[in-house]
Design a protein around this ligand. Structure first.
Ligand code: AMP
Ligand code: MG
Length: 420
């Protein structure tokens, strides 16, 4: 009797480690304007050209004063000058104050700002002001360089450029940023049953939902994503799709066909066109994930990240499985290719407002939603084919393999909003 030894299933952690050990940062940098840089990844540190703020200035509308002039509440002082934002005053003479507006430079000699609300205009003396509250030294003054210093790092290489980073770069005086080129990813979708929305469904057919989910995932990570369409369940067609995908892409992503049934051609096709590891990962939904590389014909492409190969990741076909495995495995892989600093999904402890009594030996990721009490509710149908579970949910609850939990327990929660 021949006993087939199945390779042991990898844990989520082991699979991630293997994947990330293979992900090398791609070459290629381009300069883009801050207007075009949203979602890109910094290829070098951003160094500030200026101090921010560039000068001491007031954070309040009010009066710039010398504290020494105001020993007690009720002091009346002459308003010697007016300094709106964008203009510069003159040295503050002792015994006078300067009318000043938010963002305007603090005049030399002033050491505090009294906000307008802490003053009254004395009767018939519009060129004087009465200070009703004794100021503290330095109050309402924003010091030069308290945000950024000229010549110092404002943003670190590997940072994802979100709106706030673009603002920081602009405040530092930059018009353009050096960013990594986009990772080029080709995706195709295996399955004779698949049809495109807009086409009539044949008996036995189902619409290709992975195309829209996965291409949107790729684009939301800032990839250049190419849709290579639906590929029939045939070895020659799958091989041809791989060859054509390898030409101009760093990474090839597929959905479906990664099991070991005779209609599953991904494994033999990738083996024939390159090299493949098929991993059974002890997760749910998900399980089979294929990782490898596809040989590239000699390329003239100066941007090709691997000279003679494109990376390959094959995802399972079930819509929730492919979405979840994309988020847990493909996303960190792509982030590492981009040279990003933090690539792993982060979880946060949240209260489960339901019991989970059927422990699975796999690491299960439940589709859950934050309720108005600040706890997590469970979507009733956790089937890997029910994609509305992912649309209803705010994220994934990460169940420890082999463990149950009860209502009220704190569990690790991965918000979708931190992933895409
Ligand atoms: P497979 O991984 O190819 O065995 O497919 C597993 C299940 O996912 C089957 O029920 C397929 O019909 C379904 N499926 C595969 N690819 C897609 C897709 N692109 N869109 C929607 N369902 C799919
Ligand atoms: Mg299939």
């Amino acid at each position: 009797m021949v006993i087939m030894n199945k390779p042991p299933m990898l844990t989520t952690q082991q699979a991630l480690e293997r994947l990330l050990a293979n992900a090398l940062q791609i070459d290629g940098v381009e300069a883009v304007s801050t207007q075009q840089a949203l979602g890109r990844v910094l290829a070098e540190d951003v160094v500030s050209l200026v101090d921010v703020p560039p000068m001491d200035n007031t954070s309040m509308d009010g009066y710039a004063v010398r504290c020494g002039d105001i020993g007690s509440p009720g002091v009346v002082l002459r308003v010697g000058q007016r300094i709106p934002a964008g203009s510069v005053g003159t040295q503050l003479e002792p015994g006078t104050v300067a009318r000043i507006f938010t963002g305007a430079p603090i005049p030399l000699g002033a050491d505090a700002v009294v906000m307008q609300e802490d003053t009254v205009v004395p009767d018939g003396r519009s060129d004087h002001i009465q200070i009703t509250v004794v100021p503290k030294l330095d109050q309402w003054i924003r010091r030069r360089g308290e945000d950024l210093s000229a010549g110092k790092k404002a943003l670190a290489v590997g940072t994802l450029l979100r709106p706030q980073e673009l603002g920081v770069a602009a405040s530092a005086g930059l018009t353009h940023l050096q960013v990594r080129r986009r990772v080029r990813v080709a995706a195709f979708f295996t399955g004779d049953e698949l049809a495109l929305p807009g086409e009539p469904l044949k008996p036995g057919g189902i619409y290709n939902s992975n195309r829209d989910t996965l291409l949107a995932c790729l684009r939301s990570l800032g990839c250049d994503a190419t849709d290579l369409g639906i590929v029939p369940d045939r070895l020659d067609a799958t091989r041809e799709a791989l060859r054509s995908a390898s030409k101009n892409h760093d990474l090839i992503i597929t959905s479906g066909g990664v099991s070991v049934g005779e209609e599953d051609h991904i494994r033999p096709a990738v083996n024939a066109e390159g090299r493949l590891d098929l991993w059974q990962i002890a997760i749910k939904p998900g399980k089979p994930l294929a990782f490898g590389a596809v040989r590239r014909q000699a390329t003239q492409d100066p941007l090709a990240s691997l000279k003679d190969e494109a990376w390959f990741i094959g995802l399972p076909g079930n819509p929730v499985s492919s979405f979840v495995t994309f988020l847990l495995f493909v996303r960190p892989f792509i982030l590492k290719l981009q040279g990003r600093n933090n690539v792993l999904p982060r979880s946060y402890p949240m209260r489960a407002d339901f019991d989970w009594l059927k422990a699975d030996r796999r690491n299960e990721f439940l589709r859950v939603k934050i309720n108005s009490m600040g706890g997590l509710d469970l979507f009733p149908n956790q089937s890997s084919g029910v994609l509305t579970s992912a649309s209803w949910a705010d994220g994934l609850l990460d169940c420890t393999p082999g463990k149950t939990f009860s209502r009220g327990d704190m569990m690790p929660f991965i918000p979708f909003s931190t992933l895409l």
